[in-house]
Design a protein around this ligand. Structure first.
Ligand code: 1GP
Length: 251
């Protein structure tokens, strides 16, 4: 199986180099907005575009990714809300298992149904333990997943969940308070999880300021994902990247 892009996650983690990813929800962008995101992404030298959403209503996922790929070298990683959100034009797929929930469909059921299709896509597959953390109010992901999020103050539950996911063979852990979360994940929880796993740790959901992105990285996040706040203010792409890059490599 391909793992070129995954190796960049691992190499960056070994170096202590923190990364920034802009999340694009195909429902919320036009070709013009994508152009802007590409220009600003190149200028800030972001690390990844994640593409996907819990609920993708439009069917222009392929076009959205093709436009990015035709205009820049920033890797595109699929962050799918369902098996229908697979595009062979991306570089890799976060193959998410919702390990914080107890909904068998999202732990393994949908994977079984879509396995031949996903394999045929030729995408680099990145097995990811996906953990939804309570972000203070129901989010699309918490509603659609029909699974309880991990309570925001239960750091040990998050830690044990991540450890179990890693020992089950998941190569990445993604802690998500959900898109537009009122309360992003606490540094205390990130620190507890990060200090008990070796896999690269992705953190997102409700991060709205460069300071928060910086503090999340200091607490142990390896990759920060921001969607909503950037949709409202594109200048945050550069500000967030600069804040994350201000952490010396290896610190
Ligand atoms: C959601 O982690 C992502 O799944 C990003 O969340 O849109 O709140 O930045 P935001």
């Amino acid at each position: 199986m391909k793992q070129a892009l995954y190796n960049t996650f691992v190499d960056n983690k070994k170096l202590g180099k923190k990364s920034f990813s802009v999340l694009i929800d195909p429902d919320k962008v036009t070709p013009q907005t994508i152009d802007q995101l590409i220009s600003l992404g190149i200028e800030a030298s972001i690390d990844y575009f994640f593409v996907g959403g819990s609920l993708v209503i439009s069917n222009h996922l392929d076009e959205c990714i093709q436009q990015i790929k035709a205009n820049c070298d920033i890797p595109v990683v699929l962050f799918p809300g369902s098996p229908s959100q697979v595009s062979r034009y991306a570089d890799a797929l976060l193959y998410l298992s919702l390990i914080s929930g107890r909904n068998p469909e999202l732990l393994i059921g949908q994977h079984v149904i879509s396995a031949p299709y996903v394999k045929k896509s030729g995408l680099e597959i990145m097995p990811t333990g996906y953990m939804v953390i309570d972000g203070g109010a129901p989010t699309t992901v918490s509603y659609i997943s029909n699974a309880s999020p991990i309570p925001a103050d239960k750091n040990e539950i998050a830690m044990c969940t991540a450890m179990a996911g890693e020992m089950l063979g998941m190569k990445l852990i993604y802690m998500d308070a959900g898109s537009g979360a009122k309360k992003p994940i606490t540094e205390a929880m990130i620190q507890t999880v990060a200090s008990h796993i070796e896999s690269p740790l992705i953190v997102g959901g409700g991060i709205t300021t460069p300071e928060k992105a910086y503090l999340n990285c200091k607490a142990g996040a390896d990759v920060i994902v921001v969607g909503n706040a950037i949709e409202k203010d594109l200048s945050l792409i550069k500000e967030m990247t600069d804040a994350i890059r201000s952490i010396p490599i290896g610190a």
